[in-house]
Ligand binder design. Structure first.
Ligand SMILES: [Zn+2]
Length: 143
């Protein structure tokens, strides 16, 4: 679990792994206890924590709640391409996009085998597109 915490002295945000007792502020250098700092939110993805910290630094308070309200995991019963697509859609919900690594990691958690091949197939089938360098989003289709 990763926490995005605010420095008690200057308010600068940083990512801290849960379980780490103290960390130092990258901006003012103050050392502080993680469990007494303001937690902006938490996630089990280090990548998402970094994205979220970047948003917080940019003062983008509107985008942050979308990350906090993490949607339910894709249905485990889905298999093959259906599961791959469900995972891609799920990872796209925060609108930031996901890396191939995040897809593989989530697919692994969901028990989807051969995730690399599915990622390639999603690209070939234009189910996902590269929204920005190395970040992918599921294509929204009309129902
Ligand atoms: Zn500070």
């Amino acid at each position: 679990m990763y926490l995005v915490v605010g420095c008690p002295k200057c308010g600068a945000v940083r990512v801290a792994a849960r379980g780490v007792k103290t960390t130092s502020c990258p901006t003012c250098g103050k050392r502080f206890k993680v469990d007494s700092a303001a937690v902006h939110f938490e996630t089990d993805s280090p990548e998402r924590a970094r994205s979220a910290a970047a948003l917080a630094r940019a003062g983008d308070s509107i985008a942050i709640p979308d990350i906090v309200q993490r949607p339910a995991k894709p249905v485990k019963a889905a298999s093959g391409m259906a599961a791959a697509l469900a995972i891609a859609k799920w990872l796209s919900k925060d609108g930031i996009g996901f890396s191939e690594g995040a897809f593989l990691e989530t697919a692994g958690e969901q028990g989807l085998k051969g995730a690399g091949a599915f990622f390639k197939k999603l690209r070939e089938n234009a189910e996902i597109y590269e929204a920005s360098c190395g970040r992918w989003l599921a294509v929204r289709r009309k129902a």
